[in-house]
Design a protein around this ligand. Structure first.
Ligand SMILES: CC(C)(COP(=O)(O)OP(=O)(O)OC[C@H]1O[C@@H](n2cnc3c(N)ncnc32)[C@H](O)[C@@H]1OP(=O)(O)O)[C@@H](O)C(=O)NCCC(=O)NCCS
Length: 181
């Protein structure tokens, strides 16, 4: 089921027939990329995401699908990060190098903001990126996210800790950008 449709890509819910492909793809170093946490995902976790309700507080994964040929390009996720504060965090990945640099993640995050601000009672959506992950930072900045600061030693990869930038966008900023008021 498509949740939000853009010009090049759409966001849709996970379907049972996607699970095998997602499982095989999500754990490859190529799709994780150079900067993200190497977090290996089990079959059980993928099945759990498949069963998680879309408006859940737990991690929800949506598929980024290319409109023209229905190819699964990657995913977006959103999840709550604090037991008391209303902090919704997002993440995103485009699986294949050949599909990167074509604006797909920028459009997918645009659609995700539209979906989340329309369907959830949330004022703030945040994201963190490795300080050297320029592509990820541009995706966020293209969508109106503001860099708020640096989280020291917050990302572990290849035997060492790296700093991450924290970004956020508030509902009021998003409304100004998208709705013009
Ligand atoms: C980060 C990622 C999602 C970006 O996806 P994408 O579809 O290539 O992003 P876009 O095509 O929308 O590009 C956004 C911007 O980044 C730039 N960009 C893309 N790849 C780049 C790279 N390797 N180095 C520098 N800039 C890059 C694009 O030119 C574009 O710039 P612009 O806004 O000035 O035009 C993708 O590289 C990826 O999946 N990486 C591995 C996982 C990851 O790091 N996820 C993010 C975790 S926070």
């Amino acid at each position: 089921m498509v949740l939000v449709e853009g010009s090049e890509v759409s966001l849709r819910v996970l379907e049972q027939s996607d699970l095998d492909y997602i499982y095989r793809t999500i754990n490859s170093i190529d799709s994780i990329g150079e900067y993200d946490v190497i977090q290996l995902t089990s079959w059980g976790e993928i099945e759990k995401w498949f069963k998680t309700p879309i408006l859940s507080e737990d991690l929800v994964m949506l598929v980024i699908e290319r409109n023209v040929d229905k190819k699964i390009l990657g995913f977006v996720v959103y999840y709550t990060v604090h037991p008391f504060l209303k902090l919704l965090e997002i993440g995103f990945q485009i699986f294949s190098k050949e599909d990167r640099g074509k604006g797909y993640a920028t459009e997918a995050v645009n659609l995700l903001l539209k979906f989340l601000f329309s369907s959830k009672n949330v004022e703030r959506i945040q994201a963190t990126t490795h300080v050297e992950n320029i592509a990820s930072q541009k995706v966020l900045e293209n969508n109106g996210f503001i860099r708020e600061g640096e989280l020291r030693c917050s990302l572990y990869r290849n035997g060492r800790y790296y700093n991450t930038y924290i970004y956020s966008i508030l509902r009021r900023d998003w409304e100004k950008l998208c709705l013009g008021h």
